[in-house]
Design a protein around this ligand. Sequence first.
Ligand code: PLP
Length: 377
Amino acid sequence: MRSVYLDHAATTLVDPRVLKKMLPYFSENFGNPDSLHACGRRAVAAVDDARDVVAALLGASASEIYFTSGGTEADNWAMRGAAHAADGKHIVVGATEHHAVLGAAEMLAGEGYAVSYAPVDAQGKADLPALSSLVRGDTALVAFMAANNEVGTVQPVAQVAEIAHERGALFFTDAVQAAGCMELNVRKLGADLLSLSAHKFYGPKGVGALYIRGGTPMAKLISGGQQERGMRGGTVNVPGVVGMAEAFRLACAEREERNAHISRVRDLFVEGILREVPGSVLGGHPEDRLPGNAHFTFEGAPAEALLPLLDLAGVQASAGAACSSGSHEPSHVLLAMGRPRSLSRGVRFTFGKDSSEEDALFAVSAVRDCVARLRTK
Ligand code: PLP
C-alpha cells in the first residue's frame, strides 16, 4: 500500500550525503575532542570545521556558535541563560512559541520572573503594536520564533528585534523551523540569540546549536567540563555536529531549488483540499508561510479522529505539539489566533524535498475520503 510521509516539520530523514560525512566519526575518527592526543585532535578539527560552517551560514563568528543536544536545549538555554544573567525580571514571549520556549518561560515565572505573552493576529502573525506595548524598562528578553511549527506563519523577526532593542532588551528567535527554508543572517535579523535543530533539515536528531551574539551576558544551563568555551558542559556529539553542519550547508546551498519544488507540491495539495473537501479551513498566513506547511481544520472531523484514519489510509501527518503527545487539548497556537475551541484542533501536513506531486494528489483523495467517513458517522 502507498504510504506518504507528510510530517517533515516533526522530523526529516538524514540525507545520505550527511550520513556519509558522519560515519567516520563513529568509527576510525571516534576520538573525544577534549583529548589532547592525535585521535582527539582529529575530532576537534571536525568540530571546529562544523562550527565554522554553521557560523558562516548564519553570518556569525565561530566563537558565537555553541552546540547543544537539540532545539529544546538551545531554547531553554536561550531563555534561562539570558534571563538569569540580566538585571530585569520581566520577559516577553510570543503566544504561539514552541513548548520548549513556553516551558522555559513557565519555569522562569516559577522563579519570580514576570512573563507577558505577545499576541498574534488571526493568521498567526505577531501583533507588533501590542508587542511593543508589552516591552518595559525592566524587560530582560523578548522571544519570538522565526516561523511557527504548527501553522507555518513566518514572523517579522527584524521588526520584533528592533522593538526589543529600543527598550534595551535582548532578542531571541527560535529558528528551528525556519532554518534551511529561509535566509537566516543574525546581523540582518538583529538576533542576540538564535536556536537551530539539525533533524528539521535532513540532519541527525539530538543535535542543535545556539547562536549567542558576542558580548551577550549569558548564564550556563548545563554545568560540567570546560566544553564549548566553558559555557556548556558535556562531550560534544562529534558525528552529530559534523552531520548538522553538512545538512545546514546543503539546505542553504539548495534552498531556492528545494523551496520552489516543495511549495509547488504543497500548493497542489492546498488547492486540491480546498476544491474537494468542503468545510476545510486553511490555517496560518496565506503568503508568509513556510514552503512545506499546509495546516487545515476540517469542520466535523477533529484532528484526533482524523489522524488515525489518515494513517490507516497511508498518509502520515500530525496535529502539532499538543495532540501528538496523545492529548486532545486544543492547540495553543490556534487559540492564540482567535479560533473558537471547535476549530482549534487541526491537522498539519508538512511537505519535504522528496515529496512528489503524486504524493500530494494521493493525500488529497485520502483526506477527502477520511473526512467524508467521519462526517457520516
Ligand atoms: N522549536 C521549534 C519551533 C520546533 O518545531 C521544535 C521541534 O519540533 C523544537 C523547538 C525542539 O527541537 P528538538 O526536537 O531538536 O528538541
